[in-house]
Design a protein around this ligand. Sequence first.
Ligand SMILES: Nc1nc2c([nH]c(=O)n2[C@@H]2O[C@H](COP(=O)(O)OP(=O)(O)OP(=O)(O)O)[C@@H](O)[C@H]2O)c(=O)[nH]1
Length: 370
Amino acid sequence: MPNEMSGQSKTKNITTVNVAVAVIHYEDKYLLGFRDAAQHQGNRYEFVGGKIEADESAEQALIREVAEETGIDIHQNMMVKLGRLHHDYGDKQVSLQVYQVELTAQQYEQHKDCEYGLEGQAMTWADKSKLLAGEYHLPAANKTILEWLKLPTKIAITYPLAHFSAQPNSAAAWVHYHREQLAPESWVYIRLKASELEYIAQQLMDVRPDILAILPYDNDCQRSKTTSTDAMVEAKTTGSIVARHLTHSVLMAWFNGTQDITESEQLADISSERPLIVSCHDIDSILAANKLASMRIQQQLSPVIGAFLSPVLTTQTHPDTVPLGWEAWSALAQLADMPVIGLGGLAPVMIDQTLAHGGVSVAGIRQFHE
Ligand SMILES: Nc1nc2c([nH]c(=O)n2[C@@H]2O[C@H](COP(=O)(O)OP(=O)(O)OP(=O)(O)O)[C@@H](O)[C@H]2O)c(=O)[nH]1
């Protein structure tokens, strides 16, 4: 998709319209327009946006469209890329470049009572919970955007079991520690080995049913078609699994063709009902993640909702790994077609710095526990 940055492109005689989409919000209120019945995908709500002209970048188009449709002045430093996606409506193909735009309190005050946009279209402010619950009828392509918006600004990662190896019962110590330390209703990536996953992760989810768990995708069990820990955890779980996680090495093994499986087998293998979060460290893994994301959308499977991109800074756990540093991290984040999560040497308070460098969320271990 980076090759189709602007204008219209033609593939097999079908024109793809390149569109810049602004997910304008102030805290938990999101601005929606209503598409006229005569328009493509009419009688539906939409985010503000429109065609990217041939001489424009997506960001320039976004600034112009937002001003034309709402009169709100936005600047480059207020927008963060959420992702890019291609959608085939049958009668029209669209490539959406989606940005999150947070208004200032003053801008929201000025526009909070606005019922019509500058082009006469009805406008409304939607509560995030209602928007994500599907209470607004949006074009089909927006389903993925709503999944992206579920990603919180902070994700806690669990300690490895080995961290508790000095304890007489390390599994019990692991469960006890995380039961006490994880914030209420937080997203938690339960990073355990496949062999530890079923019995320990389940214990934590039993005692903390409020947490929203990201569980590792168990590649080995899936490949051998044995009763996988995935299936067991899914079947027995009392808590909520919000996503499965794919490691950098699994992602690269699939897309470098080092595993002898076809693309459709890969897609069928990964829990198709669950959104995915992938781990990336470099340009090759970002490109592999983009490919996976595009395949999932094309096959109408649950989307890739995020990429952990790491390490941003030096970490205590990997002191010898050379970090990317903010500049290289930001350049890679721009290439990702899904929301990017900063990982490695970060604290929750670094969310503003992460947003400024093109990420939407921060993750980590120690500092993300209460
Ligand atoms: N603005 C906007 N467009 C969207 C969203 N989701 C989505 O699929 N689209 C599609 O992206 C395209 C937007 O291009 P557009 O705004 O220039 O097209 P239009 O049909 O509104 O007007 P036009 O063709 O008269 O210029 C439409 O085909 C629309 O269906 C969304 O959330 N916001």
